[in-house]
Design a binder for this molecule. Structure first.
Ligand code: CTP
Length: 404
């Protein structure tokens, strides 16, 4: 299946800013529609100096949106409705000015308001003079936007409208079309069953006390949500957390490592992907006291025994799913993660540094993702954004493995 097939049926907002490259967006809109996408165009005031809204209306088959206060376009579809309608927003061309306004979170025209109001993936295809592109201000703006999950497409190198040669040309319509198609095709977990573990476990000492850890479950829950967004059917085996079950996720609530292991075994056969994000207690008290223990002794030792390694068991099974583990380390992150991946026979491992305000209970995270013949770092961002990037990587590797 050609990669562009990924755009079929998708609702795409194309944002156009003022620049010579705006003529390429006309071609992009035409090609997107040819491949079955539904397209709506938002133009800044400057964009209308380069290409007419009428051209874009004819090519997209929809009224063009040019102003926050344009009552007729707003009446047809208001900016919030448009923000919700979109499966993706692609700003092409994205001028230096637009990137700066996006970075600041301004909402001073329809396009920037839309970028702020949408929860859909945001793509930008910069187009500008090479000096403007390499200016530290533009570079820094792009870096911040990428950290927030905005995807940068291009720019390319070549001859520029100003007569100079360098980096700053907008990608061609065909390249943008392919990038969008690839995003959905590879990010897609449609038809996949994903089994996840998340949260801590509690290992009883007596009827009122237990051994546990600081895991909040936030990362695992964010990954479950991202997997649903990518089209997967998701079962989440969760230790005790204060979190609300994400929409579309089937949650199985457990307390101990043994219960978590049983729940995983009960669902594993139907799953193509297993993601172990839980912080499973490594040890449990060898015996659970039937009655509350009294503090008569000055010192107390508790004999502990190892719990079952749920992930290692799944990864060792004959018909194992694609297995993804997590590793939380305070030092030598890559070395320990690599070692854990080999030792447990995993397809992928997501390693994160703990300490420095990162890790357990934080809202932000950063990951180093390793697989058998590659690695990628996911920059520090909100856990929901990091989770989406992780799911995209998992889907890519999973599909690559199942077609090899
Ligand atoms: N895991 C599991 N079952 C366990 C222990 C861990 O499924 N009983 C999974 C976790 O969900 C995570 C990965 O294994 O995906 C973490 O490996 P683990 O060996 O627990 O890491 P550490 O405890 O940090 O290892 P070490 O003691 O070697 O640092």
């Amino acid at each position: 299946m050609a990669v562009v097939a990924g755009v079929n049926g998708r609702r795409i907002v194309i944002g156009v800013t003022g620049g010579i490259a705006a003529y390429k967006s006309a071609e992009l809109v035409r090609r997107l529609r040819q491949h079955g996408a539904k397209v709506r165009v938002v133009m800044t005031a400057a964009a209308t100096e380069f290409i007419t809204p009428l051209t874009m209306q004819a090519l997209s088959g929809n009224p063009v949106h040019t102003s926050l206060l344009d009552s007729s376009a707003e009446a047809a579809m208001g900016h919030i409705e448009l923000a919700r309608w979109a499966d993706a927003v692609l700003v092409a061309p994205a001028s230096a000015n637009l990137l700066a306004r996006m970075m600041l979170g301004l909402a001073d025209d329809l396009l920037t308001t839309l970028c702020l109001a949408t929860e859909a993936p945001l793509f930008v295809a910069p187009a500008m003079n090479r000096v403007m592109w390499t200016h530290p201000a533009t570079q820094q703006n792009c870096q911040v936007l990428q950290q927030r999950g905005v995807k940068l497409l291009g720019p390319a190198e070549g001859e520029q409208a100003c007569g100079e040669t360098g980096v700053g040309r907008m990608l061609e319509a065909e390249q943008l079309l392919n990038a969008l198609g690839k995003y959905w095709q590879q990010g897609g977990l449609v038809g996949c069953r994903v089994l996840l573990t998340a949260g801590p476990t509690r290992e009883a000492i007596d009827p009122v006390r237990y051994i546990s850890n600081h895991s909040s479950g936030k990362m695992g829950y964010a990954v479950a949500e991202a997997a649903v967004a990518a089209g997967a059917e998701v079962v989440l085996v969760s230790g005790p957390t204060a979190l609300v079950c994400p929409n579309g996720v089937e949650r199985v609530e457990v307390e101990t490592a043994a219960e978590m292991s049983d729940a995983v075994q009960a669902h594993i056969e139907q799953s193509q992907i297993f993601i172990a994000a839980a912080a499973v207690a490594d040890y449990r008290p060898a015996a659970v006291q039937a009655k509350k223990m009294k503090k008569d002794a000055a010192e107390l030792s508790l004999p502990l025994q190892r719990t079952e390694d749920i992930l290692a068991q799944v990864a060792a099974a004959a018909n194992k799913p694609f297995c993804v583990g997590f590793a939380a380390e305070t030092h030598d992150l890559e070395k320990y993660a690599q070692d854990k991946m080999q030792r447990k026979g995993l397809d992928m491992i997501a390693a994160n540094q703990v300490g420095d305000g990162l890790g357990f209970n934080a809202d932000d995270n950063t990951l180093m993702v390793l697989w058998q013949d590659g690695k990628q770092e996911i920059a520090r961002a909100d856990k929901s954004i990091v989770a989406r990037e992780l799911i995209t990587l998992i889907a890519e590797r999973f599909h690559a493995q199942s077609t090899s």
